[in-house]
Design a protein around this ligand. Structure first.
Ligand SMILES: Cc1cc2nc3c(=O)[nH]c(=O)nc-3n(C[C@H](O)[C@H](O)[C@H](O)COP(=O)(O)O)c2cc1C
Length: 320
């Protein structure tokens, strides 16, 4: 059976796959543009970017998309520059704004005034209902199997039915989906799209250093751990020397802090650790990853288009 289009707030993507936003500089314009060019939704991870850098990345993504699919940015509410990032994206006429790690009423007002659909990331039916009431165009339901900062430890199979029963807006389900069979399952449960991030790290267009992608290729199930983030949430990552230090509470304290977060425990500098790994200094960095990275059948690095073709084919076969 052919997969349905994804319709959000008057916009439509031909392929119901959202490439999850990945900071810092893991999903930039190149990946988002390549995903959108396939007719899916490409998302730039905007947390940690300067405003002019974000402008350049959105323009690059737009150019690479060839006018196909949809383009979004993902910004963490906990980021001090949250509003500036949102305004920059709005000025660039971004199609969608995804907001994680909390949200405020203000963001919906900005979305309404500028005709940009807002898509909050939620982890409970209760939060999904609040988002819908405030004016969300859709929600991403992100489960405990996801990579990066986590709002819950509940599996997708547990949260998704709760959200499906609670809201009428489109639901994008994410966390641990690594193949088309997993996509087909969430569609059966009532989702309108799948949000997938981990699988897109193993692409030519992902902006992480080769050493980062190599860690994804070699990670075993037991290498995936939960850390505490200075943001005040748990995070899922692949073990590195720096991650081991976090686990032992021996990570170095921040030096030269620029207060990038609204509130930070100052236990260690997460932005520096994420930038280190993105640039290839894995041992001094954090490599965020979803729980199922080791289950990906083929961990070779390919064009994003190949991965989307595989996912769609598998999902359609599983749905037949
Ligand atoms: C390397 C990496 C970085 C991420 N960064 C962000 C981020 O900046 N903001 C966000 O809301 N989610 C972030 N996530 C979560 C993803 O967008 C996505 O929702 C989730 O990882 C989906 O699960 P999967 O990776 O198993 O497909 C990140 C995930 C990964 C793997």
């Amino acid at each position: 059976m052919k997969l349905p289009n994804l319709n959000i707030g008057g916009l439509s993507a031909q392929i119901p796959i959202v490439q999850g936003g990945m900071a810092v500089r893991i999903s930039t314009g190149r990946l988002a543009g390549a995903v959108a060019a396939c007719g899916a939704v490409g998302v730039i991870g905007a947390s940690g970017l300067a405003f002019d850098e974000l402008t350049r990345e959105i323009r690059l993504a737009r150019e690479l998309s060839g006018g196909m699919g949809l383009l979004g940015i993902n910004i963490m509410f906990a980021a001090r520059e949250f509003l500036g990032i949102v305004q920059t994206a709005v000025a660039e006429k971004i199609d969608l704004i995804f907001t994680g790690a909390g949200f405020s009423r203000d963001i919906f007002k900005i979305g309404r005034e500028n005709n940009v659909p807002i898509v909050p990331i939620v982890s409970t039916g209760r939060l999904a209902a609040i988002a819908e009431k405030f004016g969300a165009a859709a929600v991403v339901v992100e489960s405990g199997e996801a990579g990066g900062h986590l709002g819950t430890d509940r599996p997708l199979s547990d949260i998704l039915p709760e959200v499906v029963q609670t809201v009428k807006i489109p639901i994008i389900a994410g966390g641990g989906i690594y193949d088309g069979a997993g996509m087909a399952e969430v569609f059966k449960m009532g989702a309108s799209a799948a949000q997938i991030a981990t699988r897109f790290v193993l692409t030519d267009e992902c902006n992480a250093a080769p050493e980062y992608k190599h860690r994804y290729q070699t990670a075993k199930e037991e290498d995936i751990v939960l850390i505490t983030s200075p943001v005040g949430m748990p995070g899922r990552a692949i073990k590195t020397a720096f991650v081991e230090k976090i686990l032992k509470k021996q990570a170095p304290k921040p030096v030269g802090c620029d207060f990038c977060l609204k509130s930070c425990s100052l236990e260690y500098c997460i932005i520096k650790a994420l930038i280190n790994s993105q640039q290839g200094d894995i041992e001094n960095g954090i490599v965020f990853s979803g729980a199922n990275v080791a289950k990906i059948k083929d961990r070779s690095i390919k064009p994003a288009r190949k991965i989307i073709e595989e996912l769609v084919k598998e999902a359609e076969e599983a749905n037949a």
